[in-house]
Design a protein around this ligand. Structure first.
Ligand SMILES: Cc1cc2nc3c(=O)[nH]c(=O)nc-3n(C[C@H](O)[C@H](O)[C@H](O)COP(=O)(O)O)c2cc1C
Length: 359
């Protein structure tokens, strides 16, 4: 039924629908539900400690015998070891909101991602079938090791130049991430503003430029988006925001409600939560940080220093300080279990393609 099968053949899945890895939101239950429904479930493991990552992979394997992916952030210079005077202005500002929420003192920025090499070695030891990376490719040696165990590498690109560089590095599948996408921009080779290209523009350009399968990501919420992705030259889709309303993820209820009540102008690309540009639903923190951009710490120290405030906000059922990553398509989110969502999209794909047949 699918117009192109190169992606599903390579990944050994029935349907070319990848549930995007979402660090902090994806769970073994979500990953397994998607994979059991014939799509590709992906676990966002960037912020998962190595030992826990092994447990999670085993949990996924207990729930499904189908292929699945685990995603890491490509290793980068991570800024945590900041001198106190460097994080003092941000700390002082956060104190105001901590006091308001009775959230105790502002924590020091501590490592909350990686360590990459330890995480990566666990994925290798566990011989996971599909490795996925954000913020650029892993080292060439890592790609060789993945291929040596017979596994596949997927990496996000936000420009045609990035896509070509990934193919040259040996990456098997390109995730073409359009401007509409929820979560962090995967841009790694150019200033992020250069990678703000819409999905409908980016996908055909990358598909023309590379010979590996291209997966469209950004703003795809239902069968209409999947049909469009194929028409643009993709061999599949990666959808994140569409799975945010599924009960199997572990986002706070207040975040889920914000997704379900989102209006089409409600999301914005912002650095205020993590120190790196990411698309999120507008809230009070984004608004009030508008005049304090000079205090934002480098990624991921900003994400680390804000962790207690975000948690306190969620616990108090307030969306004010929660980082509610979501794409421009959030308004189309459907509150369905993941398996039902996939089945519905497949049925609707058939109906949409039938309605497009020339009579
Ligand atoms: C809540 C959330 C968390 C995300 N976390 C990750 C991540 O950890 N790794 C990654 O490669 N992409 C991550 N992304 C980006 C997705 O891979 C993908 O590019 C995006 O979801 C596609 O756009 P859409 O949200 O409009 O479907 C995240 C997206 C969302 C919405």
């Amino acid at each position: 039924m699918w117009p192109k099968t190169e992606l599903i053949d390579l990944l050994k899945i029935a349907h070319p629908i990848i549930q995007a890895p979402m660090a902090g939101a994806s769970t073994p239950e979500l990953v397994a539900a998607v994979s059991n429904a014939g799509g590709l479930g992906s676990y966002g493991g960037a912020a998962t400690a190595p030992a826990e990552l092994r447990q999670i992979i085993r949990q996924i394997r207990d729930l499904t015998d189908q292929p699945f992916a685990v995603n890491l952030f490509a290793p980068a210079v991570e800024a945590y070891e900041l001198a106190p005077e460097q994080h003092f202005p941000m700390s002082e500002l956060l104190t105001i909101w901590h006091n308001e929420l009775d959230a105790g003192s502002v924590p020091e920025p501590i490592p909350i991602l990686g360590p990459f090499l330890e995480q990566f070695n666990i994925l290798l030891e566990e011989k996971i079938p599909i490795f996925s990376f954000h913020f650029g490719p892993p080292p060439i040696e890592a790609i060789r090791e993945i291929h040596a165990i017979g596994s596949i590498v997927l990496v996000t690109a936000t420009t045609t130049g990035e896509a070509k560089a990934l193919v040259e590095a040996g990456v098997d599948v390109i995730i073409a991430q359009g401007f509409e996408a929820g979560g962090h921009r995967g841009t790694f080779a150019v200033p992020y503003e250069h990678g703000l290209i819409g999905t409908a523009t980016l996908v055909p350009q990358i598909a023309d430029a590379v010979s590996v399968p291209v997966v469209a990501a950004g703003g795809i919420m239902d069968a209409r988006g999947i049909v469009a992705a194929f028409a643009l030259g993709a061999s599949g889709v990666q959808m994140g925001t569409a799975f945010l309303a599924c009960p199997e993820n572990n986002i706070p209820e207040v975040y889920r409600q914000a997704v379900l009540n989102c209006k089409d102008e409600d999301t914005v690309i912002t650095e205020v939560f993590s120190g790196r540009p990411a698309r999120a639903i507008r809230n009070r923190f984004i608004r009030e940080m508008e005049n304090h951009k000079d205090k934002i710490l480098p990624f991921p120290a900003q994400m680390s220093i804000g962790r207690v405030l975000r948690q306190a906000s969620a616990q108090q059922s307030s969306p004010d300080f929660v980082s509610m990553w979501a794409g421009q398509g959030a308004t189309l989110a459907q509150a369905l279990p993941a398996e039902e969502l996939i089945q519905k999209m497949i049925q609707e794909f058939l109906a949409v393609t039938a309605s497009l047949q020339v009579k």
